[in-house]
Design a protein around this ligand. Structure first.
Ligand code: UD1
Length: 387
């Protein structure tokens, strides 16, 4: 058997037998699984696949949530999608043979999520999918395929909203495999958002004033893989006439460097990716968000900020028409952004009164309760035989 990449405790594999395994691989998965890890009655075995491997995209996030380092690191970052999936399934299969988890929990729509679902299925281990049922209906996105596979292989689909639960039932997933929990990102934001007095030094550090800057981040292939499109996005950001704080994802940084794209145009201020606490402080105080991130579409609804979503589609229709405007890839960014800055369609004061569709901040507990119920059932029945 290949070395599954043990990185620390548990020292004895016997300690691991029968515990829940949490598989994650990227920055947003740490953010959204932290509330579940904290709510589970027994500490799970955390396995990091290494899909995001820089310290500012992984280690710093464990620290921010006060979580222990992962018990295992598989180190499968920096390779293509097919190889990443194959390698992760094979490494997880070895590891599951060694640690014999009672269940596998994964979140969202990354390659790590899909690999976890396939590896759990191959070992007939109950699989739980957190943030289940999101659909962009856009088959060009690898994430859409990752979500569909993970949902259909899962014994328990934890859907954040009614909309995502309906997506699951419309694909034939029976109601007894679905639970509506809210999105754990609300818990994460509530847990780590600094108080207003703690935000002031962070704004000062980045040289911006409350309500007078834009926060932006881009990494999706359709925006950054084409150098001309990336250039257009930066030029559009520079037209917003406010400072634009731009933490640059490593993928975007590499493409900009290779394609000689100047990121610091006009008032655009490129930075390294930020830790979650600093990022939340800026998010809570900015005038506008312009980004292609999935999780940010949820976080803006908690912190009541407007967002220009630079994507052809979204798997989060719940916030369209309130917090988020969808613009085509590389188009209409500055014109839509300027409208929001002028208070259209809603001012910040108006958004302050709009509730988040993603829950009340108690989703981690709901997920943990549902997982515990499945554990009780699967101790008596084989979940694979459920309808
Ligand atoms: C992607 C998926 C999302 C899924 C998630 C986990 C899409 C478009 N995105 O996340 O559906 O839930 O994987 O499976 O399908 N942040 C920082 N510092 C920064 C920049 C961002 O802390 O400098 C934080 C944001 O607050 C947010 C998270 O990182 O919590 C977003 O990470 P990102 O890499 O943009 O991934 P997503 O697109 O959200």
């Amino acid at each position: 058997m290949s070395d599954p990449g043990k990185a620390g405790p548990p020292e004895s594999t016997n300690d691991s037998h029968g515990r829940i395994a949490i598989v994650l691989g990227t920055r947003p998965e740490i953010v959204k699984l932290a509330p579940v890890i904290r709510a589970l009655p027994e500490p799970p075995i955390v396995i990091h696949t290494g899909q995001h491997y820089d310290s500012n995209m992984a280690g710093a996030f464990f620290d921010a949530f006060g979580l222990d380092e992962p018990a295992y690191r598989l180190g499968i970052g920096g390779i293509g999608r097919g190889q990443q999936l194959g390698s992760a399934v094979s490494r997880l299969d070895d590891l599951f043979e060694e640690i014999r988890p009672s269940a596998v929990v994964a979140q969202g729509d990354t390659n790590s999520t899909m690999a976890a679902a396939i590896a759990a299925n191959a070992r007939s281990t109950p699989m739980i999918h957190v943030e289940s049922g999101l659909r962009s209906h856009d088959r060009r996105m690898p994430e859409e395929h990752n979500r569909v596979v993970a949902d259909h292989l899962s014994d328990l689909c934890l859907a954040p909203t009614d909309t995502s639960a309906r997506n699951l039932t419309s694909e034939g997933i029976p109601l007894d495999r679905i639970e509506i929990t809210g999105n754990t990102v609300v818990d994460a934001v509530q847990h780590l958002l600094p108080e207003p007095s703690e935000r002031a030094p962070i704004l000062e550090k980045y040289g911006v004033a409350s309500g007078s800057f834009v926060l932006s981040t881009f990494h999706r292939p359709e925006n950054v893989d084409d150098v001309e499109r990336l250039r257009t996005i930066i030029a559009e950001l520079a037209e917003l006439e406010l400072p634009v704080v731009l933490p640059v994802h490593p993928r975007t940084r590499a493409i900009a460097a290779n394609g000689a794209v100047t990121l610091n145009q006009g008032e655009v201020r490129p930075l390294d990716p930020l830790g979650y606490v600093e990022f939340l402080a800026l998010l809570a105080e900015c005038a506008l968000v312009v980004a292609d991130s999935g999780g940010l579409q949820e976080e803006v609804s908690v912190l009541k900020r407007p967002m220009v979503v630079v994507r052809n589609s979204t798997e989060r229709p719940e916030v369209l028409g309130t917090f988020c405007s969808l613009v085509g890839v590389g188009r209409d960014i500055s014109s839509t952004g300027r409208k929001w800055l002028a208070g259209e369609p809603f001012s910040l004061e108006e958004l302050a009164g709009v509730p988040s569709p993603f829950g009340d901040g108690d989703s981690g507990r709901r997920c943990a309760d549902a997982i515990n119920r499945l554990m009780v059932i699967s101790a008596h029945f084989d979940p694979a035989t459920k309808s």
